[in-house]
Design a protein around this ligand. Sequence first.
Ligand SMILES: [Zn+2]
Length: 242
Amino acid sequence: MLDAIEKLLILQDRDRKCQRLLTELDNVAPQRAALHGRAQKARDALEAARQKLRQIESDRKQLELQVEEQKQHINRYSLQQFETKKNDEYRALAKEIDGCKATIVRLEDRQLDLMEQAEVAQTAVAGAIHLADATTKAADAELALLAERETSLQNELAAARQGRDQLAAVVDAGLLARYERLRNNKGGRVVVGVDHSACGGCHMQLPPQVVLTAQAAQEITVCPNCARILYHHQDMDLAASE
Ligand SMILES: [Zn+2]
């Protein structure tokens, strides 16, 4: 195999490693957002549960005020009854008082109903507190791991890039430029083996002359179809003759 091809293959391997690391690093931000989102959702659920309880308690207070108001009406009507000498006025006031008492019974029924609702809502708040705490703790732990992973990926990438640049420095400038152009255009693998007389990149059947040139390994050979750089080694002959 040509020395230049060997160097390119190692360079390609490092470049692909850098690419894998970059892809992993790109995934860090969405993972972090998902963890923050999960914790936020649990906190939102807690706030909603608290809000519901506050609403029930405020409704209960409202009912208490209404009961108080009815009681004041009754007091006033009773006083008026005490002061009146007319029978029909007395009876009318008695009817008003009965109406107020009936209203109080209805209000107290609703108060009981709200007390039951408040109990359920309190249990829901306690559950939501527990869930929000647990979710936040779990998310924080995962975020810490993710931060560690990100740092280690960044370090790994920096080292891989440095190694890659050192390798690139010893590759022939013209060949390196061609390799980089191909990588920019096609991504992935651009130095490919000849596989059963076909290009290992685009899989088109190669003209015999191109296969022979690659086999001879005296000069850089490229696929006439996709322009990827071709190489050939002994194992390929075995594979081809199978
Ligand atoms: Zn090709």
